[in-house]
Design a protein around this ligand. Structure first.
Ligand SMILES: [Zn+2]
Length: 424
């Protein structure tokens, strides 16, 4: 274990070695540069002592090992932190460099698992004797599906009404609302979700709902600054909608100075297994099980601005987003489930401390960190308001508080936005 750890450490140190310099071009972001150079954004921030994610044209950045590649070299490389099981598709890749407007008339390779792939476009005359002439038949040409780009927050796709938010901000959860006959069979993707900083990009999602109203929950990934692009396919029609983003509020990096004993948890040998367990649970995709608005987990208000804050935990440590909201409360304060769901994690871990994770279905989960006592078990069904544990200061914590996360397909969203709303 120690050997593996020091190897990983040596590897990451070599990644941080001196590399070429790159002059920032128009349109570059920290994320596009990190992606193009197979780096983590944190590495770029650290290499260049950046206290903000804003880049200026002409600014010279140090990049790591080897040649400096501009972001246009569209080579999405799987990140060592968040490997993407779904490789970006060709349409998604073209959206990386030119997020809007997308040209119509894309050439799409027909998805193998989507039932609504037009079958009329493969007019292979079936010879009477050949049952399955796979080796003999010529390779099928890619099907050209016109993609229409719509502006505005309301439009139609194949007779299905679509309602999108008019504007979003980093860390927002939202819903793509589909109405009318056929809404249930729509397929929804977010082609703007690209890169190492996105969990499960390129996923094709099916809406859930009833009585003619169907929704797909969305999330604005922390660190993303480009508009959210929603692609909706109904029947043979594919339409893209564009949701503009509010400028990032951009607070300063908050420098925490954790005590050595607490900071040591960041390098705990058990951290990798802990992260793997949680990452796996982010993949749950059941039907949404909640029917009532989300409720507060503790009565106290959170520390303002604690969600999405850029932080360093020790002097010189990389800048990381804070994915939850912190609710200071007395030791032993009961913690309530924010909504109905199933307990998928309940235990004590090095960083998150006493942790409960509830899967609410629909790709939505809530996580409760640093508990002193856990009162539920894995597999247990909970109802909104059920007491699941008590506030503590276990794991990476220096005082009693609840760290609450509400995630959509693994990406952190602002917890306060969920409370008291029937969502999405
Ligand atoms: Zn926290």
């Amino acid at each position: 274990m120690m050997k593996a750890t020091s190897f990983a450490l040596a590897l990451s140190l070599s990644l941080l070695g001196l590399g070429g310099a790159y002059t920032v071009q128009k349109g570059d972001t920290l994320y596009s540069l990190a992606r193009a150079n197979n780096l983590k954004v944190e590495d770029l921030r650290r290499l260049n002592n950046l206290s903000s994610d804003a880049l200026a044209v002409g600014q010279v950045l140090r990049l790591s090992a080897g040649e400096a590649r501009p972001p246009a070299a569209n080579t999405a490389t799987p990140s060592p932190i968040k490997p993407n099981p779904v490789p970006p598709k060709s349409v998604a890749s073209s959206a990386a460099t030119k997020p809007l407007p997308a040209p119509s008339g894309f050439t799409l390779t027909p998805p193998t698992s989507t039932p609504r792939t037009p079958t009329t476009s493969t007019p292979t005359p079936a010879p009477p004797k050949a049952v399955s002439a796979a080796p003999e038949s010529p390779p099928k040409p890619p099907v050209t599906v016109p993609i229409t780009v719509r502006t505005g927050s309301r439009f139609e796709v194949g007779g299905v009404g679509v309602t999108l938010p008019e504007q979003l901000g980093m860390g927002d959860a939202f819903s793509v609302r589909l109405t009318g006959p056929g809404a249930q069979s729509a397929a929804v993707r977010f082609p703007s979700e690209l890169g190492e900083d996105v969990r499960q990009p390129g996923e094709t999602l099916t809406p859930s709902g009833a009585a003619g109203v169907y929704v797909v929950p969305g999330r604005v990934v922390l660190g993303k600054t480009t508009p959210v692009i929603v692609e909706i396919a109904v029947g043979g029609e594919v339409v893209r909608g564009i949701i503009p983003l509010r400028p990032k509020p951009g607070g300063p990096v908050v420098k925490l100075h954790l005590s050595p004993t607490v900071a040591a948890k960041l390098t705990d040998p058990g951290k990798a297994a802990e992260d793997a367990l949680v990452n796996k649970a982010y993949l749950n995709r059941g039907q949404p099980v909640w029917t009532r608005p989300f409720a507060a987990a503790v009565p106290n208000p959170p520390i303002p601005g604690s969600f999405g804050q850029s932080r360093t935990y020790t002097s010189g440590s990389p800048v990381a987003y804070h994915y939850g909201a912190d609710y200071p409360a007395k030791l032993g304060t009961p913690i309530h489930a924010v909504n109905d769901g199933t307990v998928v994690i309940a235990g004590t871990y090095p960083v998150r401390g006493g942790l409960v994770m509830i899967d609410h279905g629909g790709g939505v989960s809530s996580l409760y960190f640093h508990q002193s006592r856990i009162l539920v078990k894995v597999g247990q069904a909970v109802k909104r308001g059920d007491v699941i544990g008590q506030v503590g200061t276990t794991g990476l914590s220096e005082g009693p508080h609840l760290h609450l996360e509400i995630r959509v397909r693994g990406e952190a969203t602002q917890p306060a936005d969920w409370i008291n709303r029937l969502w999405p």
